[in-house]
Design a protein around this ligand. Structure first.
Ligand code: ADP
Ligand code: MG
Length: 445
C-alpha cells in the first residue's frame, strides 16, 4: 500500500547554506567540555550524559553566566538550553568557598509546568552529582509534606512551578533572601499575562543585587522590552533569530475537514506503527474525544491536560517517554520545553491559538541531532491561523497535496467507517481487504 504520510527525504534549502552563523557554529564544534575550566565532577557528569561538545547556545551562554552577567538567551527548540544555564550555575555554587549548608536557597529556576519542572530538575540533579551542590524540584498537584521536609534540609538550587512555590512561601517554608540567581525558563511565557504578577512579586522579594537569566526559543518585542526593564545591562544572545525551530524538523500542512481529522490521524498512526507520535489539540475535551476516537479503531493512546490528576500526568509522560505507549494526545500544557527522546511526529490536530505555540509544539520533535516531522491538520476555519503562523515563522509550510481519491480512500481506510465500527472490527476479512487497497494519490514536494 502506498503511504500517504510517507517520510520524505530532507530537502536542503537556503537555511542550510554556509553563513556567518554556521561558520561560528563550526568554530564552536572544535571546543569540548573537557577544555572548559569548570568543576571536574561536572565534566564527568557531562561525559556520562554523552555530552562531549557544547551546543552553540551553551558555548555562548556559559562564560557570561559564570561572570555573573544577566543574560537573555534565545535559541531554537531542542538545542540544549537547560544545560546552558545549569552548567555555569552548578559550577559557580560548587566553587563558592563559603557555600554553607544552612544558608538557604541560592538559585531559583522557575518553569511553567510540573512536567517541565521535573525534567529540568532531573538535568540539574544529574549535572550536580558528586558536587557540593544540592538541588530540589517543587511542583503542585502532589502532597506537600514530603516537600516541606525536603525544603527544611540544606538546599542550594530550587526548580519550581510558581503556584506551589508561592503556597510554601506564604506558609514560611521557603526563604528568598539568599537567592542570587533567578532563571526564567520559557521566559517569554513566564513574563506573559498569566505569570507576570508572580514573577514581579518574586523579583521584589529577592536581594537587590541578583543575576537574572531568561531562556526561550521565542520572544516578541513587547516581552523583550519587559525583560530588559527588569534587569540592568542584560547580555543578549540570540542564535539563528529567523528560525526558532531546529532545522531538523520537516514541516507540512494537510488541508482536512474538521470532521475528517480523526481518519487522517488514524491513518498516520497506522502507517507509522513504530513511531512515537505527539498529537496536539485545542482543548481538554478535544483531547478526550480524540482518545476515544482512536480507542474505537483499536489504537492505544494516552492523554495529558490540566484536568488530569498529577499522578496520571506523570504516569502518561513516563509511558510515552519509555515508548510503552506510542501516541500521546496533549493540550498546549505539554507544548513547552518537554524533552522526550525519539518523538518522530508532532501532529497539530488542531492549530494552536497562539502562533508561537506552533514553534513550541513542533519543537518537541527533532531534538538534539534527531530528525522529526511536524504535520498540521488544517480545516477551512483554521486557514487564517495558518497564515498567522506562516507570518510568524517567516516562511510557508509545505502543503501536502492530497488528491480527491486519496482523501476519500482515507475515510474508507478507517476501521470506523460510517460509525459502524463494531461490524468492521468483527469482520476481519473486510478489514484486511481494506488494508490491501492501494492509494492512488501522490504528494507534492
Ligand atoms: P531546549 O531547552 O533548548 O529545548 P534541552 O535543554 O531540553 O533543549 O535539550 C535538548 C536535548 O539535547 C536533550 O535531550 C539534551 O539531553 C540534549 N543535549 C543538550 N546539550 C547537549 C550536548 N552538549 N551534547 C549532546 N546532547 C545535548
Ligand atoms: Mg528548554
Amino acid at each position: 500500500m502506498q503511504e500517504l504520510f510517507i517520510k520524505k527525504p530532507f530537502t536542503f534549502d537556503s537555511t542550510f547554506l554556509p553563513n556567518r552563523e554556521k561558520f561560528k557554529q563550526n568554530k564552536v564544534s572544535t571546543m569540548r567540555f573537557e577544555d572548559y575550566h569548570i568543576t571536574f565532577e561536572i565534566k564527568k557528569n557531562l561525559s556520562k550524559l554523552g555530552f562531549v561538545k557544547p551546543t552553540d547556545i551553551q558555548f555562548k551562554s556559559i562564560p557570561p553566566i559564570l561572570k555573573g552577567e544577566d543574560v537573555l538567551a534565545i535559541a531554537q527548540t531542542g538545542t540544549g538550553k537547560t544545560a546552558a544555564f545549569a552548567i555555569p550555575i552548578i559550577d559557580k555554587l560548587h566553587q563558592q568557598k563559603n557555600l554553607r549548608r544552612n544558608d538557604g536557597i541560592k538559585c531559583l529556576v522557575l518553569v511553567p509546568t510540573r512536567e517541565l519542572a521535573q525534567q529540568i530538575g532531573d538535568v540539574f540533579e544529574k549535572l550536580s552529582r558528586h558536587t557540593r551542590v544540592k538541588t530540589f524540584t517543587l511542583f503542585g498537584g502532589v502532597e506537600q509534606n514530603t516537600q516541606i521536609a525536603r525544603l527544611e534540609e540544606s538546599l542550594d538550587i530550587l526548580i519550581a512551578t510558581p503556584g506551589r512555590m508561592f503556597d510554601l512561601i506564604s506558609q514560611g517554608y521557603i526563604k528568598l533572601d539568599r537567592i542570587n540567581t533567578l532563571v526564567l525558563d520559557e521566559a517569554d511565557h513566564m513574563l506573559d499575562l498569566g505569570f507576570i504578577k508572580d514573577i514581579l512579586d518574586i523579583k521584589r522579594k529577592l536581594p537587590k543585587k541578583h543575576q537574572t537569566l531568561f531562556f526561550s526559543a521565542t520572544i516578541n518585542e513587547k516581552i523583550k522590552k519587559l525583560a530588559y526593564s527588569l534587569v540592568e545591562n542584560a547580555i543578549r544572545i540570540q542564535i539563528s533569530p529567523k528560525d526558532p525551530v531546529a532545522r531538523n524538523v520537516n514541516h507540512s500542512v494537510a488541508f482536512i475537514k474538521m470532521d475528517d481529522k480523526r481518519f487522517f490521524l488514524e491513518r498516520l498512526i497506522t502507517e507509522n506503527p513504530e513511531s512515537k507520535i505527539l498529537v496536539f489539540v485545542r482543548t481538554k475535551v478535544r483531547a478526550e474525544r480524540v482518545f476515544k476516537a482512536m480507542e474505537r479503531v483499536n489504537i492505544t493512546s494516552v492523554t495529558i491536560h490540566s484536568d488530569k490528576d498529577q499522578k496520571d500526568r506523570f504516569s502518561v509522560m513516563s509511558q510515552f517517554r519509555s515508548g510503552e505507549v506510542k501516541v500521546l494526545v496533549a493540550t498546549d500544557v505539554s507544548a513547552r520545553g518537554i524533552d522526550i527522546p525519539n518523538v518522530e511526529y508532532v501532529v497539530n490536530y488542531d492549530l494552536p491559538e497562539q502562533s508561537e505555540n506552533y514553534v513550541h509544539r513542533v519543537g518537541r520533535t527533532g531534538r538534539g541531532k534527531e530528525k522529526g516531522f511536524a504535520v498540521t491538520f488544517c480545516s477551512d476555519e483554521e486557514k487564517p491561523i495558518l497564515k498567522e503562523i506562516e507570518t510568524f515563522m517567516g516562511k510557508e509550510i509545505t502543503v501536502m497535496d492530497i488528491e480527491k481519491n486519496d482523501y476519500h480512500d482515507t475515510l474508507d481506510f478507517t476501521e470506523d467507517a460510517d460509525g459502524n465500527w463494531k461490524a468492521l472490527i468483527n469482520d476481519n476479512e473486510a478489514f484486511l481487504k481494506k488494508q490491501k487497497k492501494p492509494f492512488k494519490g501522490k504528494r507534492r514536494k
